[in-house]
Design a protein around this ligand. Structure first.
Ligand SMILES: N[C@@H](CCC(=O)N[C@@H](CS)C(=O)NCC(=O)O)C(=O)O
Length: 229
């Protein structure tokens, strides 16, 4: 049996979802950083998926798409403990909501103003694997594209500041805990890890401070950090 591996981009929110689960379960998985400008080449073995994360289990199984990867890992290495409530309305609806609304909230907070977009793209260009020229091109040409086209449209359409949007998401999420520390109850479940991954993907960037004054959100986030080994 060869080594299990996770192909990632360092700043990809979907990769952070899987990474947190792997850390929590303390699994021996190699992290392979793909070249941000060469995902198609580096992920050619996926037969056309071409996105990260991709999990290979060392026995020939290639699993794509972050939530299915999390389910696969939980089933294979953890007896499905974290996803045992899967199939219930509460669990399924929240997981679908996280994968839609939290996913959509990452771009506005990272790129939703000119200053944010500039600092985010600089940081991304430091963290990701690029070629010499493409790193510089990305750092200086990437930000107006992300800011001007995608993020501004999204912020305008939503009507809330990115900070307010995140605070609303955190309030909704943590108020569904019924007095417990986690969505999963006294212990986190896979839904907690999915949400944690999206939020943690913002942690390398300075905009994370906009989330740090959400009291219940940070209590949950800090409790999730303690779940990592
Ligand atoms: N639904 C997928 C989305 C994955 C995704 O969009 N990954 C981005 C990075 S954040 C990617 O690999 N983009 C490269 C491309 O689309 O060529 C998941 O949850 O894993």
């Amino acid at each position: 049996m060869s080594q299990a591996a996770l192909h990632v981009l360092q700043t990809c929110p979907f990769c952070w979802k899987v990474r947190g689960l792997i850390e929590h379960l303390n699994l021996d998985v190699d992290e392979i950083q793909v070249n941000a400008m060469r995902t198609k080449r580096d992920l050619a073995f996926t037969d056309g998926w071409n996105k990260v994360p991709v999990f290979t289990d060392g026995e020939g199984e290639v699993v794509v798409d972050s939530t299915p990867i999390m389910n696969y890992i939980d089933e294979k290495y953890n007896n499905g403990t974290l996803s045992q409530d899967s199939g219930s309305e509460r669990y399924d609806a929240m997981l679908a909501h996280i994968d839609e609304a939290w996913k959509r909230a990452t771009i506005p907070i990272l790129y939703g103003s000119l200053g944010a977009a500039l600092s985010t793209t600089r940081r991304v260009s430091q963290m990701e694997k690029f070629g010499f020229i493409s790193r510089r091109l990305y750092a200086w040409a990437g930000f107006p594209v992300m800011w001007g086209i995608i993020a501004r449209k999204r912020v305008k359409k939503d009507g809330r500041t990115p900070k307010k949007l995140w605070h609303d998401l955190l309030t909704d999420f943590t108020s569904s805990f019924d007095g417990h520390a986690f969505f999963g109850g006294d212990q986190p479940n896979l839904v907690d890890f999915a949400a944690f991954g999206y939020m943690r993907s913002i942690s390398p960037f300075k905009q994370f401070k906009l989330l740090e004054d959400h009291k219940s959100g940070m209590e949950w986030y800090n409790a999730m950090e303690l779940q990592l080994k």
